[in-house]
Design a binder for this molecule. Structure first.
Ligand code: 13P
Length: 251
């Protein structure tokens, strides 16, 4: 049985004051025991969130990292060892906003993934197709290629210590959630791709869904056989809504 994970990606949101409010709200939520819950604040707020959530079963991750594990002369970047030192335990890698808006390519994504694991962080590798790619019938091919880049460069075994997030670009921040069947099809294909190399690993790896997940849609999505939880953007900025999504993964 895979343990579900629900993660909140706060993206470029938050001030010290609003983050303090969100921490308070999260601390009042009843979180399900059988679910891994994590939040990804902006880098600026990681320490505040780590301190504010101390004692709660909510892990803290970073939204991005340098391609390097070690500290060095790389202005503006944050090494994965620094994230580990700041008590982060996860990091998002290859989020579509970074791929499409910031030009992050496959090689960079792969190096970040490797740096994260080198520092003992759990990388959450984000993959997903654009609307044009879906309409052209290329969804499975695009997602398979994004996964292959990392698997071919680092070896499929690296996914034993990673999470995969399927996030169709057209569903992110648009209010258009993929239907449970649409998401399940891609999740099953991802698992099948890993199973071709290692059936045991494929059965264990968590594949979570992201793209306009709300409390109202969560239970149905998480009820699909290959959907092991969610990566939540907008709805994770509301503690009650996020708590409800986490509870949906536990039911
Ligand atoms: P939304 O839930 O706001 O669509 O964002 C999804 C996402 O990109 C999470 O990483």
């Amino acid at each position: 049985m895979r343990r579900p994970m629900v993660a909140g990606n706060w993206k470029m949101h938050g001030t010290r004051a609003s983050v303090a409010e969100l921490i308070n709200g999260l601390s009042e939520q009843v979180m399900p025991a059988g679910v891994d819950v994590a939040v990804f604040p902006s880098c600026l707020h990681i320490s505040q969130v780590v301190d504010g959530l101390a004692g709660l079963a909510i892990a803290v991750g970073a939204q991005d990292c340098a391609t390097e594990a070690q500290q060095g002369a790389l202005t503006g970047e944050v090494a994965t060892s620094q994230l580990h030192d700041a008590r982060c335990s996860l990091v998002l890698v290859g989020h579509s906003e970074r791929r499409s808006l910031l030009g992050e390519g496959d090689e960079v994504v792969t190096r970040k993934f490797a740096a994260a694991q080198f520092s003992g962080l759990l990388p959450v590798l984000c993959v997903g197709e654009t609307l044009a790619q879906r309409e052209a019938g290329q969804t499975l091919e695009v997602v398979a290629a994004q996964l292959s880049v990392v698997a071919d460069a680092l070896g499929v075994e690296v996914f034993a210590a990673a999470v995969i997030a399927y996030e169709p670009v057209w569903a992110i921040g648009t209010g258009l959630t993929a239907s449970p069947e649409q998401a399940q099809e891609v999740h099953a294909a991802i698992r099948g791709q890993l199973a071709a190399k290692s059936p045991e690993l494929a059965g264990k790896v968590r594949i979570i869904y992201g793209g306009s997940v709300k409390a109202a849609s969560a239970a149905e999505l998480f009820g699909m056989p290959d959907i092991d939880g969610g990566l939540v953007g907008g709805a994770s900025l509301n503690a009650d809504e996020f708590g409800a999504i986490c509870r949906a993964a536990g039911s």
